[in-house]
Structures are given as C-alpha cells and as structure tokens.
Design a protein around this ligand. Structure first.
Ligand code: ADP
Ligand code: MG
Length: 697
C-alpha cells in the first residue's frame, strides 16, 4: 500500500520542520508510522467531577468550570500565572510556571473550560499545576472520548502536543481511501472474536465508546504478538532446515561410566527430564538450540556436564563458557574433581592463563587430546581451534552478543549444538518471546534435602543485633557472606563503602577468633582467587565482597548471606545472591539490610524476597517493576519494540498468540494454504526487513 509509505512531510499540516521532529522524537517517518502511533489512553470529556469532590492526589481529575480571575505573580524572571477556577461547587487554583505570557493571552475569562490534571494540596489549598485546558464548546458535539498521544517537549513547542497529533491524525484519516489489508486469517478473527483491522485502526484513534476502544486494542495487541510469535517460530524452523546438526547416536562410554561409577547423588526427576530432551535433540540430525531454565541451585551444571559427556562419548569435544573468571575456575574445579576416575580430559582457559600454558593447550585442543574445555570469553578467540567441537554450553547467555555467537559457530564445519543456561529464571511470557526461537527445558525442582532459606529485612539501626546473630552462627562453625553493592556510576563511592564496611567488620570480628576475607573487582585475579579459595576451604569465617560473588560460587558451609544497601539491588540480583547460601544441610538465612527510608518499589522488593524463595515468582514481580527491556538488558533490541502490547501485562495474550501461531505452522508449515497467503506475504516481508537480533542461539 503505497499511501501508507508516503513520507510524513507530505501530510497537510506537517511540512518539513514538523516532519523532522516527528522523525527524531517519535520515529514517525511515514503515514503508516503515524497511524501506528496509538493513543496511550482516552479522556472521556463528558465525565467530570465537581471541584468539591477533589480529594485524590495520585490520579488526574477532570473538572468543568470557568476562570474568574487570572494574575501574574513572582519576580520578573520567575513569573508564574495563577488562575481561580470555579464551578457550582467551589473554587480551585490553576498554576503555570512556563509559557506564562502565552497562556494568559490565550485564556478567555468567564468562558467554560474542561480542565484536566493532577490536583495537589498545599497547606490545605487545592491546586492543579499545568493543567490541560480545553474549551467546553469543542466537546459538546463530539463523542466525548478524546485520544491522548505521547508527545515530547520539542513536539509540543511546535504545536504537536497530544491535541496537535490528534489533528494531524484526523487529517490523515480524512485522506485514507483504501481499506487496510487484513493479514490475519478470517478464521482466527472469528474464533477469537477479533474486530477487523479497519475497525481496529479507526477505533483505536477515534472510538465512539470505551468498548470500541477496548476491542480495537485487543485486536491490535493480539496481531502484534501473533506476528512476532509466528516470526520466531518460522526462524526456528528455517534455522533447523539450514543447519545440519551433528548426530550423537549413542549415550556413549563416557556418560555410562560416569553415571555408574561417579555420580555423587541421584538426579532429580527434573534433571532427568532435561537430559532426555537434550538427548533427543542430539539424535535429531538438527542443530540444538536449547535454553535451560532453572532456579539458582537447581543443578543446571550437572545437566550440562552429563550432556557434555554424551558429546565426548560420541567423539566430539565440548566447551563450557562462563561469564566470569571466578565462575569458570569454579566450574573447572568441580568438574575436574567429578571426572577424576574417568579418562575424560578437561582443561581451563581464561583471560589470565599464561602464554606457555596456552600454547600447550592450543595444541592439545587441536589434536583432540582435550575433551572438555571450560573457560571465559577467551575460548571465543580465533586462535583457539578445536579438533572437533560438537557441543557448547553457555552459562548465562545474556552477556553474549551476535559477534560472539558467530565465532562459536565457526569453530567447526557445522555449528555445534548449543545449550544456554540462565542464571535466574525469566518469566514465562518473556522467555517465550525473547527466546521464542529456542527450545526450552525447565528444571522446576530443587535437589532433595535443601532447607528453605529464611529471609529477613532489617534496618541499619539494628546492626548490633545482626552482629551478635552472626557471632552465634560462626560459633556453630558456619561461614558468612556480607555483600556490598557495586554500581558503575558511583564506583568510587561504593568502593569507599565497601572498605568502610570491611574495616568495621574487622573491628567487630577481631583476630584471632575471627578471620575476614575480602574480594572486590579492583583486586588482581590471582589475589581474588586466593581469597576466594581461603573462604571455600573454610579458612576464613566471613567473606566481605562486592557482587563479583554473585554468580555460581558454591560454598555449602556458608549459611548466612547479609546484603548491605539491599535497596540498591534489583530483585533478580538479590535472588541470585541469596542462592549462594542454603547449599548445605544447615538452616540458612538471608538478611537484607537497608536504610529506613524506602521507596514503594524498594519495599515491594524487600517484601517479595522475604515472602518467597521461588525464582519464577520473583521474576514475575521483577518484570512488573522493571519492564522487559531492563530485565534482558537489551532495550535496543528490535524484539521488544512493541507498539501496543506490553510483555509485562499481556502475558495471557502472549501465550495465546504463541499457541495460535504454533497450530498454524503445524497444519501448514510453509504457509501455502490459500487462507494463509496474506500471512505468508507479511512474514516474507518481516523476515527480509529485520536483521538478526543480538542474542545467542
Ligand atoms: P545451578 O547452576 O542450577 O545454580 P548447580 O548445578 O551449581 O546449580 O548445583 C547446585 C548444587 O546442588 C551443587 O552443589 C550440586 O552439586 C548440587 N546438586 C545438583 N544436582 C543435585 C542432585 N540431583 N542431588 C543433590 N545435589 C545436587
Ligand atoms: Mg550455576
């Protein structure tokens, strides 16, 4: 449809200057883009309150009345405008601090206005600052529902505030002749009782009633999520066809020997299920791209190890990539110990591996002498060449980008199988979207015998109680983590806090009875490892650290996690940190220390942590608090560029959209049926337009 592709500057009332602003501020370049700039709410202009009813400071209120008096107050350069607004029930003050002169000249005394804004109470007097003002006369004839569009200060200054946008939208609709193409199959619209695309687009901008608006929103949200899911599933399908996968036809000797002779415990059912799913992929002839989700401590590493052994038993090499040196080293030690009785050779490669060691390692890797390589990003470097890499495990994928993925794929003639393990659970609907082109295995069960961790929120003022509690735990032979935040913007401040904390703890827990370790990002890797090791071996009682210990570190004897300035951590981070304890047989505790003044969000984070240990539940709250972009750290990702659906609120629709998309592809994988031709057209366009996303698979 050429009309929709017309440049926005050609719209009457826009012109080059406003067009430039629309490009820059709203990414609106064409008529079609403008149509997709949907209102984010509606004001029902026929519904208003009496001034005497104003009581709410949180939500905006709409009033109808007249301005009976207006005057400028304040100093010449700090002028403000104060108006008295009156209806039959009383009076309220309206105030402006900007545009004083202009507003004063525009306002008509004693004519009827609708006023909209948040009312605030100062010293018993109610007022509204910078209200939206509309002459009543404009609304009497209209339906009453007015769309509200997001705008910006710059746009507002050029007349394109919400109302200005509404006006150009009107103009656009008056020129619109051809109906929109409906890409959704009619059958689906009927089944789901969705309104047509034409009704939806008209009614989202200019609804006659709230019901009409809601139906329009529902249709557009579904369509958006559905196209996205269809696209993801198609990509997955195409990927599988394109990439032949290595076939690991047997379970193999390495696995069998290990399973019979070296298992320190029985697998949980959830672990068994995950391994079965992976095994099926290994047999399929297609390249595996699987996400392994599971709460902290659910035993993902074991699943990874057993899967790697299957690869090794089939004559392939495997690699495990961890995000930090500490974690890679720890994985290496654990796995090396576990494999002691086997003939599987495992090596470590990190940024601080010495040159001589590296050279030898490179040779052994290329000859196939090394079966499993564990390490950090260093593994990705071009000089690291494998004899026959068949399987890669990535712990905590979201720190990896496209380029790194490509590197991994190039390490053999065909891309190796990939298993991505997440550090913390991701809400289901988010996983479905962000990892929509991966298969997912979930470990939803913790190994037996874990005692749930008790979590308490305490204020800084009760520090003395905390210290005496810690002494008691240490007397029982337990070890303790005390963690300080480290946030880049205030790194120096944080560092000082950490050092102050360390000093105060060293004073309160003096030698020779107590030994305190410290680990932070500014230490040399060798020193860090040494301190970490002392704590792991039980030579020190307390580990004071920044979040470098966040991931993976495993010290079963540690039973208390104290998190300082806990209000500065996000939920998933708090949950990760808490997962460092409760790994042994002892009862464990997590103490969240905060100042006494907390925001509503911080309070919710603390109470959520105290209430539940369930990572998936915590992830849901986190999603509501932060939104999907922040959680995945990929705001710029095209994937989350949704115009109307909201992954943190429209979970049910995501599930619905995915299952509808799945059913269609099951029935018609190439979208060749007549009723799917429009869908096919749409998908071909989408797949061509969108570049690859910045994530691993
Ligand atoms: P995750 O990586 O999922 O956080 P890990 O793989 O590090 O968890 O496992 C956490 C701890 O649980 C480790 O000490 C591991 O040895 C132990 N573990 C794993 N699976 C089992 C099991 N089936 N039974 C008992 N302990 C287990
Ligand atoms: Mg782990």
């Amino acid at each position: 449809m050429i009309f929709l592709e017309t440049a926005i500057s050609y719209l009457k009332g826009v012109g080059p200057q406003r067009a430039k602003l629309l490009n820059e501020e709203l990414s609106v370049f064409s008529f079609g883009d403008l149509i997709k700039h949907y209102p984010f709410r509606y004001i029902d202009r026929l519904k208003y309150h009496l001034i005497s009813e104003v009581a709410d400071q949180e939500n905006p209120v709409q009033l109808k009345g007249k301005i009976i008096n207006i005057k400028e107050l304040g100093q010449p350069r700090k002028k403000r405008l104060v108006a008295v607004f009156e209806d039959s029930s009383g009076r309220i003050e309206l105030q402006w601090f900007r545009g004083v002169r202009w507003i004063k000249s525009a306002i008509k005394l004693n004519s009827e206005y609708l006023v909209y804004g948040k009312a605030k109470q100062y010293a018993g007097k109610w007022s509204i600052v910078h209200p939206e003002m509309d002459e009543w006369i404009d609304f009497k004839k209209a339906s009453g529902l007015q769309p509200v569009y997001s705008s910006s200060e710059k746009l507002g200054k050029s007349g394109l505030h919400s109302k200005g946008i509404k006006n150009i939208m009107h103009e656009l609709f008056s020129q619109l002749k051809d109906p929109f193409e409906d890409f959704l199959p009619i059958r689906i619209c009927e089944q789901l009782r969705l309104v047509s695309i034409n009704d939806a687009i008209k009614n989202i901008h200019f609804p006659k009633s709230i019901q009409d608006a809601q139906k329009a929103i529902q249709r557009l949200k579904f369509e958006e999520l559905f196209f996205l899911q269809l696209e993801l599933l198609l990509r997955k399908q195409i990927g599988k066809r394109k990439n032949k996968g290595f076939v690991f036809s047997n379970v193999g000797e390495s696995f069998s020997f290990f399973y019979e002779n070296c298992m320190p415990f029985d697998l949980t059912n959830a672990q068994k299920k995950a391994i079965k799913e992976i095994r099926k992929d290994f047999l399929s002839g297609e390249q595996m791209n699987r996400l392994l989700q599971g709460d902290v401590g659910s035993g993902k590493t074991f699943v990874a190890l057993l899967s790697m052994l299957i690869g090794v038993g089939n004559g392939f090499q495997a690699a495990l990539i961890a995000p930090t040196e500490i974690l890679a080293t720890q994985h290496f030690q654990t796995i090396k110990d576990l494999l002691e009785k086997t003939n599987v050779k495992v090596s470590l490669l990190t940024g601080s591996s010495k040159t001589k060691y590296r050279k030898e390692l490179h040779l052994k890797l290329a000859s196939g002498e090394i079966n499993i390589l564990i390490g950090t990003h260093a593994i990705l470097e071009d000089v690291v060449k494998f004899h026959n890499l068949g399987f890669v495990v990535i712990d905590e994928q979201h720190r990896f980008g496209v380029a790194q993925r490509a590197k991994m794929w190039k390490k053999n003639t065909s891309p190796p199988h990939v298993l991505v393990m997440t550090a913390t659970p991701i809400p289901r609907t988010l996983a479905m979207t962000f990892y929509g082109d991966l298969d997912v295995s979930i470990i939803d069960e913790l190994p037996p015998g874990r005692k749930p961790i008790s979590t308490y929120h305490r204020f800084d003022s009760s520090r003395l109680n905390l210290f005496s509690f810690l002494r008691k735990e240490i007397a029982k032979g337990r070890q303790i983590y005390i963690v300080y935040p480290l946030i880049e913007e205030s790194e120096k401040l944080d560092f000082n806090n950490l050092m102050d904390g360390y000093e105060s703890i060293s004073r309160s827990f003096p030698l020779p009875d107590y030994k305190v370790s410290i680990v932070h990002g500014k230490m040399k890797p060798d020193d860090k490892n040494l301190e970490m090791e002392r704590f792991v071996k039980g030579e020190t009682n307390i580990m004071v650290a920044t979040t470098v210990i966040e991931v993976g570190v495993n010290v079963p004897n540690a039973s208390v996690m104290v998190i300082e300035s806990a209000e500065r951590f996000g939920l998933s981070q708090l949950h990760q940190l808490r997962g460092r304890v409760g790994r042994g047989a002892e009862k464990s505790y997590c103490i969240l220390m905060t100042g006494s003044k907390l925001s509503a969000d911080s309070k919710l984070r603390m109470s959520t942590m105290s209430r539940t240990n369930d990572g998936f539940e915590i992830a849901e709250v986190d999603l509501k608090l932060r939104g999907p972009g922040d959680i995945l750290g990929t705001k710029q990702s095209g994937l989350l560029d949704l115009k109307i659906a909201d992954l943190s609120k429209d979970g049910q629709l995501v599930t619905l959209a995915r299952s509808v998309a799945k059913n269609i592809l099951k029935e018609d994988p190439q979208l060749q049926k007549k009723e799917h031709l429009m869908l096919r057209k749409k998908m071909i366009k989408t797949l061509q337009e969108k570049p690859d996303w910045g994530k691993i698979s």
